[in-house]
Design a protein around this ligand. Structure first.
Ligand code: FES
Length: 277
């Protein structure tokens, strides 16, 4: 199913149009950082999905296990899930729209994930206007759609890497390692080098040298393709801003800082090593 969804090029046109609209609608700060989870240190969407999935599936479990006397509880659970759906949809749409320009599969499976979960939401909401077996059937259909959507959501996070810190498995060299010739660095101009397997952004500012991970923690774009504005490195993909000195997030949508490295000049060579934990 996932392969079929990811190979469905027909989904691109509506997905691109919706993604463009979402990026425009949620572009302003502080809304963008609030939805992205910059304030939390990781994405907000997975936290909220627990509320929606938990309440909706609990109502279906009451249908299957709770007998006839749990109707009030079922309705309250569905109501709580509907109340949590608004911010859940907004945070998920924001995260998905920021997958551009990275991956066709993410664009397509994200759209089907949203359609499945929207179907679940409509079925559960419809159950509030029904009674008895009809209501239970609507909730059961909602659960099936919710599980399909949830599966694709897990696929997006765990197989496609949407959400995790993109530097987490690449801490950089533990020991001093040559990165470039000292004469190659031009004052005020970020320079990308690869040290071992780690892409690194080097920056000279007069006598000061800085080095941070070049792969943006948000979606993996190269920070050296961005710009230097004052003390901040600005990512060209979605505008995250990182402190050039320690990689701290100054503005999202990134939620994790860039790893920063110690840097020195030794025998006319720039050398780096990762900071001691
Ligand atoms: S990849 Fe999104 S802000 Fe850098």
């Amino acid at each position: 199913m996932v392969q079929a969804v990811e190979g469905a090029a027909a989904l691109d046109a509506p997905a691109k149009a919706i993604g463009k609209w979402v990026r425009g609608a949620f572009a302003r700060e502080p809304l963008k950082d609030a939805l992205s989870g910059t304030w939390l240190g990781h994405a907000v969407h997975p936290v909220l999905t627990d509320v929606v999935i938990g309440t909706f599936l609990s109502s279906t479990l009451l249908d299957l296990l709770g007998g006839d006397d749990g109707e009030r509880a079922r309705r309250r659970l569905v109501g709580a899930g509907i109340a949590a759906a608004g911010p859940t949809v907004m945070t998920g749409a924001n995260d998905w729209a920021d997958a551009e320009p990275v991956d066709d599969g993410v664009r397509r499976s994200g759209l089907v994930h949203a359609l499945s979960n929207s179907t679940a939401l409509l079925l559960y909401a419809g159950s509030l206007g029904a009674a008895g077996r009809r209501a239970a059937a609507l909730r059961l259909g909602g659960a099936a759609a919710l599980l399909a959507g949830g599966y694709l959501g897990g696929h997006l996070s765990f197989a496609k890497g949407v959400g995790p810190d993109q530097t987490v498995y690449d801490p950089g060299p533990a020991d001093w390692t040559p990165a470039a010739g000292a004469a190659e660095l031009i004052d005020g101009r970020p320079m990308r080098v690869v040290v071992g397997d780690t892409p690194v952004l080097l920056l000279r500012d007069g006598e000061q040298l800085f080095a941070i991970h070049d792969r943006c923690s948000h979606r993996g774009c190269s920070l050296s393709d961005g710009s230097l504005e004052g003390d901040e490195i600005v990512c060209s993909c979605h505008g995250s801003r990182f402190d050039r000195r320690d990689g701290a997030v100054r503005q999202g949508p990134a939620t994790a800082p860039q790893p920063a490295f110690e840097v020195r000049i030794n025998d006319e060579r720039v050398e780096i090593r990762r900071l001691a934990a």
